[in-house]
Ligand binder design. Structure first.
Ligand SMILES: Nc1ncnc2c1ncn2[C@@H]1O[C@H](COP(=O)(O)OP(=O)(O)OP(=O)(O)O)[C@@H](O)[C@H]1O
Length: 625
């Protein structure tokens, strides 16, 4: 009978209490979101043209993102605007929608202008293609008589002339291309001064770092005073300030701090993790992450040098993990094609080099090779990099769930842009950075930048909770054995081989694919590069090698993937309630942090501060999840 009394509160099972707290916290978050949504404006309220609203609905876009809500009215009013908002926050539509609406009103006039009315300047060809595709699809869906073209420096003169012959209203291009067009007589500066009404500098934080300053000066010299100028950027930098002064007149400056009183450059729907390991153990750790399936696919892996990319590809291949590589020495057609296929979901792992410091390095390497070549009088493979290459920044990789920094980026901005490839718009994502002792200083800098001035000690990037030391160690022998077989010569040969293949594909197939776009699917980019097929015993990791806790974590990641797949099939993407639930509950990495702050800053679950997995296994929270 002694046990029939109601238990005092403190005696309640701690797991139940914890679950209740999680539930409570979820309610609070959902309430906050609902309140936020109540304040939201619709596209109609922003006085957007009904044709554009219909086009957006067809694209599955129903409500404007915060930057769109704020920027569109100012742009429609004709104001110069500087808009700074996180990566993936929808800045492209924030300027394209009002830009198109403004051009709609000229649409009926019979006489076409001799030069485009709107210029959109972006830092790379990949972005050029992306923005061009977006604006073209909107024009098509709106069924209006507006023409957009894209020009890049590598295009033959005849193609440029043909593109401009139809007197397009919108020109999407890189700053380097415009002076070239002037010099070749393809564009007439005087005609531009007469026609130009809107100038957009997209990814403004990158334009100067890509070395476009002189090009931009020659453009600004012909921009008429009446022209409306828009500057879009993901980060603030002295470069953005410089551009602002160079081009804009009394702009409205919009700095968006979504749902938070503190400015956070990385979207709050991206959970950031890290793992501490030595440089030589990085291969082992990435193998563990991918092979034990403790991170969600699709996965974008960043490395700092092209050689490292090929080393990683060859290494993973031996374990039956097929990856594709994206870098600045590949022909443009191949790069666009790789991006298209990755976005279409044809493969799950993409290894990419990103910033242009990497290009400088590779250029130096090329120079080095050149010198050696001269002395040895021997022909060797020389990489040539595309000056307008920018594989990552601003690119809208679709449905990337995890970003892995195999090598740490060389700047805070680089980190923000890399991480911003996941968690785009309303989707969620996570990132895992592998940090070696040499990279620790830079990593600390990134961490303190993200934590902000007042909150220096908070952990924005927490230790990765799903990989135990035992699990990693169980793969060490195999990983080290295989790593030895990936020699420098093998890397160099496969890099050259890959480039040769891509050049042949790119040239040979260009015209064929223009005529038969469906055949593009046949040319998969994640094909094997090593000469020998992967050994069957390395493809599958036997169960006895993996400790039970990691098996459990991997099972959860798979379950979450299956759950996310189901919600997509049921068309739940548009259902807000579903979306909220899947956003918070679908990803075990998210669920783990539910007990901490909204962004899981509480430090990893049961983790050591050094970023290594807890060797004594999963904690209660992990089991609850
Ligand atoms: N209102 C919206 N609702 C849902 N999805 C949207 C909305 N606006 C844009 N998107 C989608 O969000 C993704 C990211 O948009 P966008 O590329 O414009 O982001 P961004 O802010 O320019 O990012 P970055 O700084 O990385 O270039 C795109 O796939 C886009 O189609």
């Amino acid at each position: 009978m002694a046990n029939t009394k109601e238990k005092p509160v403190d005696d309640v099972n701690p797991e139940v209490k914890e679950a209740e707290e999680v539930e409570e916290q979820r309610d609070v978050i959902e309430k906050e979101e609902e309140e936020e949504e109540e304040k939201d404006k619709s596209f109609e309220e922003l006085r957007l043209d009904p044709r554009l609203i219909r086009a957006l609905t067809k694209k599955g876009i129903e409500k404007p993102t915060p930057i769109q809500q704020t920027a569109i009215p100012f742009i429609l009013e004709g104001k110069d605007v500087v808009a700074k908002a996180k990566t993936g926050s929808g800045k492209t539509l924030a300027y394209l929608l009002p830009l198109l609406q403004k051009l709609f009103s000229d649409c009926g006039s019979k006489k076409k202008k001799p030069a485009p009315s709107a210029f959109v300047l972006v830092p790379s060809r990949e972005l050029c293609q992306q923005v061009y595709a977006e604006v073209s699809s909107l024009i098509e869906l709106c069924r209006v008589q507006i023409k957009a073209v894209q020009l890049t420096s590598s295009m033959p003169l005849s193609d440029m002339r043909n593109a401009l012959a139809g007197l397009p209203e919108i020109l999407v291009t890189t700053p380097a291309c415009i002076p070239k067009c002037f010099a070749d007589g393809v564009l007439d500066p005087a005609a531009i001064s007469d026609s130009l009404e809107i100038l957009v500098l997209d990814e403004a934080d990158l334009l100067l770092s890509y070395g476009y300053e002189d090009n931009l000066r020659s453009v600004t010299s012909i921009v008429p005073r009446r022209c409306q100028c828009l500057l879009m950027s993901a980060t603030t930098s002295s470069d953005v300030e410089k551009l602002k002064k160079l081009i804009l007149h009394n702009p409205v400056v919009l700095t968006l701090q979504e749902g938070s009183d503190k400015e956070e450059p990385v979207p709050s729907n991206v959970q950031q993790f890290w793992i501490s390991c030595s440089a030589q153990d990085k291969l082992l750790h990435i193998l563990a992450l991918l092979k034990l399936e403790v991170v969600q696919k699709k996965i974008l892996i960043f490395i700092n040098t092209i050689d490292m990319g090929f080393k990683l590809k060859l290494f993973l291949e031996k374990f039956g993990i097929k990856t594709a590589i994206l870098n600045g020495e590949l022909p443009q057609n191949s790069r666009l094609h790789i991006l298209e296929q990755f976005n279409a979901g044809l493969f799950d792992y993409l290894i990419a080099t990103d910033d242009n410091s990497q290009q400088t390095k590779a250029k130096e390497e090329a120079k080095d090779e050149d010198n050696k070549e001269k002395t040895k009088n021997k022909r060797r493979f020389k990489p040539k990099l595309d000056a307008e290459f920018g594989v990552v920044r601003g690119i809208d990789f679709k449905k990337v769930h995890t970003v892995i920094n195999y090598d740490m980026p060389q700047s805070v901005t680089g980190y923000i842009h890399r991480i911003g490839r996941t968690g785009r718009a309303y989707s969620s994502g996570s990132s895992v950075s592998l940090v070696s002792p040499d990279e620790m200083e830079g990593f600390e800098e990134i961490k303190s930048f993200l934590a902000g001035e007042e909150d220096k000690d908070s952990d924005v990037i927490t230790p990765f909770p799903l990989l135990t030391e035992n699990a990693v160690e169980s793969l060490r022998y195999r990983a080290e054995d295989v790593a030895k077989s990936v020699t420098k010569i093998a890397v160099r040969e496969s890099r050259a081989q890959d480039l040769r293949n891509e050049i042949i594909n790119s040239e040979k197939l260009k015209s064929h694919f223009e005529a038969n776009p469906r055949d593009l699917d046949l040319l998969k980019h994640d094909k094997l590069l090593s000469k020998t097929a992967p050994a069957p015993h390395l493809k599958d990791i036997p169960e006895y090698l993996v400790d039970p806790k990691t098996q459990e974590a991997s099972k959860m990641v798979k379950l979450a993937r299956a759950a996310m797949g189901n919600s997509r099939r049921s068309g739940g993407g548009r259902n807000n309630a579903n979306k909220k639930r899947s956003r918070k509950g679908g990803d075990p990495l998210k669920t783990f942090s539910a007990n901490g702050s909204k962004r899981g800053r509480s430090g990893g679950v049961g983790q050591k501060k050094d970023g290594k997995g807890s060797s004594d296994g999963l904690t209660k929270k992990q089991r609850t999840a």
